[in-house]
Write a protein that binds this ligand. Structure first.
Ligand code: FAD
Length: 465
């Protein structure tokens, strides 16, 4: 435990405008908590910086004190990369200021902003940055790893809308990073994760979205799994790319739009979000209804901010969580058989298997334009999650995740999946996720900006020799 009377900590306090928290102080336990309830780590010091100068001072302190550094954006990383035992945690929740320029269609937000905060601010002007599917996720970690959600088909990844970033390097230098300034670093920030420094501010391009958008949800029973998944495959092949389509194996929630007999019923959901008016969405709904009969469906206009938080209840803060993901080589009959075989075997009602569809505007960006690891072609990413409140079902479903993933490996040339969907970071999987060419380019940039690998609590890129 680092004592509050520790003279080094006292000296750090005098250098910072932001807060410094140590074990036993009010706020310390909240500051060290992360989304995954399995993670219980005790940093020696938590710093809540007021700006880039505080970040630089905290990094200098950590270097002198020999402390490991971790960076906390929204605290959503499955493996708890945001906190490290005995280290210095830079908790960026103090950096959440947002400014929106509706005429220039740009927004700036602090490095610790959540998507709920950013969406609320940009939707004041019916504008949005493509974000994730759970609103309490951090803009920081999600964008730096790539970032996909409902708007990926219409406007690409979150990182595709990044215009610039303010970044503090491991040596405390404050850089403005954009296509014109430090373009190598700008490339690396768009997919390369938190390897290169602490982003204190993001600047994004905004897109017109909502405020009312359209949602269709079609829910099929487990017995119809193969037929429902084949139908979902056909929809992904034929529906316009700008629609947001999410396929998920899950238990129906006890939500008002779910008829009571189906509350907690396991099955498959096909969700279709439309951003181009009711008629455009209605065509997709008609196509969805042309397949096997769902147990129930729900079609409605919905405020964009509601769509963004609609799934929050499926991933509550503090839940025990483990995940693995893979890009199968196609949505083939073999992959569908693996899914239909494994999904019914999950134990916890919260455990879930979302299938993210990478299509539309996502495929308009050249593969080497950003460091994002996945293939820039039409593809699906299968994510398998053990989520439970109790250790028993959690452990059972963690084994289920591993077995399910093992069964997908023979069908997936990139079985490492997405760096933001790794509960455990094995160096070989990080390398596989990027592929050798991107990984080596990232490693050279890492060597230029963080040769001592100060930022290693992440999907780590080893600095090139
Ligand atoms: C329930 C749930 C749903 C999710 N849904 C999606 C989804 O729909 N789409 C998607 O793409 N991903 C999704 N993810 C994955 C998500 O992108 C990653 O977990 C991401 O790391 C979360 O970012 P964070 O800032 O909240 O996490 P944190 O745990 O705070 O940070 C993770 C890492 O990101 C880095 N980092 C964060 N902020 C900064 C910063 N400002 N500067 C430098 N480094 C930083 C650090 O290396 C840190 O260790 C989901 C995760 C969860 C748990």
């Amino acid at each position: 435990m680092t004592s509050t009377a520790d003279p080094a900590v006292a000296s750090l306090r005098t250098q910072l405008s932001g807060a410094v928290l140590t074990d036993g102080e009010p706020g310390y336990d909240v500051a060290r908590s992360v989304w995954n309830g399995e993670i219980d780590r005790r940093p020696a010091v938590v710093v809540r910086p007021a700006g880039p100068a505080d970040v630089a001072a905290a990094l200098a302190y950590a270097r002198e004190a020999g402390l490991d550094v971790s960076v906390r954006g929204g605290g959503h990383n499955y493996g708890g990369a945001a906190v490290v035992d005995g280290g210095l945690c830079l908790d960026l929740s103090s950096l959440a200021a947002i400014s929106v320029d509706p005429d220039g269609r740009t927004a700036r937000c602090g490095g610790g902003t959540t998507w709920a905060q950013l969406d609320a601010a940009t939707q004041e002007y019916a504008l949005a940055v493509p974000g994730g599917t759970i609103s309490h996720t951090g803009v920081g970690g999600l964008t730096l790893g790539g970032g996909f959600g409902w708007l990926t088909g219409k406007h690409g990844l979150s990182c595709d809308s990044l215009l610039s970033a303010e970044l503090v390097t491991a040596d405390g230098e404050v850089l403005r990073v954009s296509a014109e300034e430090h373009p190598d670093l700008f490339w690396a920030l768009r997919g390369g994760g938190g390897n290169f420094g602490v982003v204190t501010e993001f600047e994004f391009r905004l897109h017109p979205v909502g405020p009312i958008v359209h949602l269709g949800l079609f829910f099929y029973g487990l017995d119809d799994g193969v037929a429902a998944l084949r139908h979902a495959r056909e929809l992904l092949r034929t529906l316009p790319g700008e629609l947001g389509v999410l396929v998920a194996g899950l238990n129906a929630p006890p939500a008002p739009f779910v008829p009571e007999p189906y509350h907690f019923r396991p099955g498959y959901a096909v969700l279709i979000a439309g951003f181009d008016g009711e008629d455009h969405h209605a065509e997709a709904v008609e196509a969805a209804r042309s397949g096997p009969a769902p147990l129930f469906d729900f079609v409605s206009p919905i405020p964009y901010v509601e769509l963004q938080r609609m799934l929050d209840g499926a991933a509550p803060w503090g839940i025990l969580a483990y995940e693995k993901a893979a890009y199968p080589d196609g949505f083939t009959d073999e992959v569908i058989e693996v899914i239909a075989d494994f999904l019914p075997r999950k134990t916890s009602p919260l455990s879930i298997m979302p299938i993210f569809a990478m299509r539309g505007a996502f495929t308009d960006v050249a593969d080497d334009a950003t460091a994002f690891g996945g293939p820039r072609r039409e593809s699906i990413l299968i994510n398998i999650d053990s989520l439970a409140a109790e250790p028993g079902p959690y452990a059972t479903d963690r084994a289920w995740v591993r077995e399910f993933w093992e069964a997908l490996v023979p069908h997936s040339s990139n079985s490492a999946g997405y760096v933001n969907f790794m509960a455990e970071y094995e160096a070989d999987r990080v390398r596989t996720s990027y592929g050798p060419a991107k990984y080596e380019r990232l490693a050279r940039i890492k060597a230029a900006y963080d040769p001592r690998n100060v930022f290693h609590h992440n999907a780590n890129i080893t600095p090139a020799p």
